[in-house]
Each structure stands twice: as structure tokens, then as C-alpha cells.
Design a binder for this molecule. Structure first.
Ligand code: NAD
Ligand code: UDP
Length: 316
């Protein structure tokens, strides 16, 4: 049995990770300030005596004895990370410093949830790990993108300077149950709009692309990465290479929900990346990992989740 700290444990990805790590027989501590996370995501784990919940902000130091740290604390949806951009930078940068300092002190292994946003609006397609990216350092998304880039820098520096055992995973767009219905990301927005018969808000002309990975595939990959040989530190891409335009996604969700919603076009937010698709050859080779769940299958489960949620709570 390992003792494992998950920062951002009440969030979308964090809650699935806590559940998986508990299922494998580990002791798990979820640390969260509940900015975008919800207790509802982890309440079903609360009666497990090997699960602990801590309300804490990663921008302040935190001390605990653990074997592994998954550092996920950070709002991931553009509307939430842009709500208080200075705080977003602090969460990524000071959060990384605090968690790396802890890992150094207690000799824990630490994994960083980095992002495809380190590639910005990419000029290389699909994105490989050795591409340095195309990021606007002063744009609307920079608090998130540059914060995550500095976090990667800190991870590498703590590794080379202090021999901290690190793992860097670059997550591409991930979706599934436990996403907040008002999170603002495209899949949750479109499904909730479709189920409620509201207009589907496509930003721009909808020709921008994304590659969507179902949560279970990501969790398998993250755990494999943490358990991999110490000399494989990444960064490694984790995503589903199936690439879709946002308009295709809107039509698919209308189709699958049988909704009468209409598509409406709204302005494209500044610096919105035009295309995104992971090259996952490194993960295939080093981790023997690749996603298994195609978009339609994952959407079916996610639609069922939101359908149930809307039935339980009419105020959503
Ligand atoms: P989320 O917003 O659902 O979860 C983030 C969690 O971190 C929330 O529970 C939030 O309350 C918590 N948090 C935020 N600031 C904090 C702080 N200062 N101190 C303590 N807790 C704090 O987002 P998610 O989709 O679960 O993302 C998890 C991680 O994965 C994030 O680091 C995100 O950048 C990364 N990521 C996610 C995706 C994706 O598509 N889901 C893609 C790329 C990267
Ligand atoms: N998007 C959209 N309508 C929405 C929400 C998002 O058209 O209601 C678009 C957004 O402009 C972007 C893509 O969908 O091009 C993915 O957005 P999301 O916020 O999910 O994640 P991103 O990959 O941009 O961080």
C-alpha cells in the first residue's frame, strides 16, 4: 500500500484519479481549495477509511508524508483560469514550487499534470513532445499556458539540481462524468445545452479542431506513467489522436441526444488554438499505452451522466 497525495483531488480528473488509486488499495489524500472542484465528486469515497480530504490552497506550503504526489491543482477551463489570471499563475508556479519542495524533502515521486496548451496555437501538427510551441506570452490564455510552462521548467530543474523523481504528462482535452455542468469547456457546454434544448454555442466558424480523450483512458495513462521506470520522466503527450472540428462535435452531440437545439455562432475568443492533435508515439513506445475509447462511446457515457444530473437538479 502506498500513501498518495492528489492535489486538485475534488476536480474532474482528480476525483477519478482518487477513486482509481483507492481501488488499487492505496491510501489517498485529496488536497483542494474547491475553486472549480466539488465535494460531490468525491463524496462517494468518504466512507473509505483510507481516503482523507484536506481543504488547502497549493499556493501555501503543505507538509505530509507520502510516497507519491500527483499535482493537478489548477483550474483547467478557459473561463475559470481567466477569472483571476494572477491567481492562476500563482497556482501553477507556487503550487509547483511547494509540491516539488515537499517531494524533495520527503523523497516522494511527483507527477505534473501539464497540458497541450504548452504548444499554444501550434505550427506543428500533430504535436510532438519536442515541439517548443507557439504561445502568446501576454495574451488571455497566457496565465494558464505560461504558468504550466514554468511549472515544467521547475520540474526539470528540481530533477537535475536536486534529483527529485519527476514525471511530466501533457494532457490533451479530456472529458467525462464529474465535469462541472457550468465548467465552460466545450463538451460539457454542448451536452448541457443539447439536453436542455438551448442553442449550441459554437465559437468562431467551428472549423477549429480538438482531439478528445475519455477520462478512463487518461487515468490509465497517468497511473502507468507514475509507475514507469525512474529514468522516463517525460514530458509525454496523453490524448486521443482522433481529431474533430468543433462544428462536427456540435452536430454529433445534437444527433446523439436527439435534441432540437439549433447551432448559433458566437465570436471566437482571442488566441483560441486553430488545431490540436497529439502525437502519442512516445507514450505507445515507453508506456505501452494508447487510448481505447472512441469519441462516440465516451460521449454516450458522458451524455448519460449529464442527463441524470439534470433530472436530479432542475436548477442546473
Ligand atoms: P478542474 O478544474 O475540474 O480541477 C482542478 C482542481 O484543482 C479543482 O478541484 C480546483 O478546485 C483545484 N484547485 C484549483 N486551484 C487550486 C489551488 N490554488 N489550490 C488547491 N486546489 C486548487 O480541472 P481538471 O480538468 O480536473 O484538470 C486537472 C488538471 O489537469 C489541471 O492541472 C489541468 O490544468 C490539467 N489538464 C486538464 C485537461 C482536461 O482536458 N481536463 C487538459 C490539460 C490539462
Ligand atoms: N468552444 C465552443 N463553444 C463553447 C465552448 C468552447 O465553440 O461553448 C470552442 C472553443 O472556442 C475552443 C474549443 O471549443 O475552440 C475547445 O474549448 P475548451 O474550452 O473546451 O478547451 P480549450 O481546448 O480551448 O482549452
Amino acid at each position: 500500500m502506498k500513501r498518495i497525495l492528489v492535489t486538485g483531488g475534488a476536480g474532474f480528473v482528480g476525483s477519478h484519479l482518487c477513486e482509481r488509486l483507492l481501488k488499487e488499495g492505496n491510501e489517498v489524500i485529496s488536497l483542494d481549495n474547491y475553486f472549480t472542484g466539488q465535494k460531490k465528486n468525491i463524496i462517494h469515497l468518504m466512507d473509505n477509511p483510507y481516503f482523507e480530504v484536506v481543504r488547502h490552497d497549493v499556493t501555501s506550503p503543505y507538509f505530509v508524508e507520502v510516497d507519491e504526489i500527483y499535482n493537478l491543482a489548477c483550474p483547467a477551463s478557459p473561463i475559470h483560469y481567466q477569472y483571476n489570471p494572477i491567481k492562476t499563475v500563482k497556482t501553477s508556479v507556487m503550487g509547483a514550487i511547494n509540491m516539488l519542495g515537499l517531494a524533495k524533502r520527503i523523497r516522494a515521486k511527483i507527477l505534473q499534470a501539464s497540458t497541450s496548451e504548452v504548444y499554444g496555437d501550434p505550427r506543428v501538427h500533430p504535436q510532438t513532445e519536442n515541439y517548443w510551441g507557439h504561445v502568446n506570452p501576454i495574451g488571455l490564455r497566457s496565465c494558464y499556458d505560461e504558468g504550466k510552462r514554468v511549472a515544467e521548467t521547475l520540474f526539470m530543474n528540481y530533477h537535475t539540481q536536486n534529483n527529485v523523481r519527476i514525471k511530466i504528462v501533457r494532457l490533451f482535452n479530456t472529458y467525462g462524468p464529474n465535469m462541472h455542468p457550468h465548467d465552460g469547456r466545450v463538451i460539457s457546454n454542448f451536452i448541457v445545452q443539447a439536453l436542455k434544448g438551448q442553442d449550441i454555442t459554437v465559437y468562431g466558424d467551428g472549423q477549429q479542431t480538438r482531439s478528445f480523450q475519455y477520462i478512463d483512458d487518461l487515468i490509465n495513462g497517468m497511473v502507468k506513467m507514475m509507475d514507469s521506470e525512474d529514468d522516463f520522466i517525460g514530458p509525454v503527450n496523453m490524448g486521443n489522436p482522433g481529431e474533430f472540428t468543433i462544428l462536427e462535435l456540435a452536430k454529433k452531440i445534437i444527433d446523439m441526444t436527439g435534441s432540437r437545439s439549433k447551432i448559433v455562432f458566437q465570436p471566437l475568443p482571442a488566441d483560441d488554438p486553430m488545431q490540436r492533435k497529439p502525437d502519442i508515439n512516445l507514450a505507445k513506445e515507453k508506456l505501452k499505452w494508447e487510448p481505447k475509447i472512441p469519441l462516440e462511446q465516451g460521449l454516450k457515457k458522458t451524455i448519460a451522466y449529464f442527463d441524470q444530473l439534470l433530472k436530479e437538479d432542475s436548477s442546473i
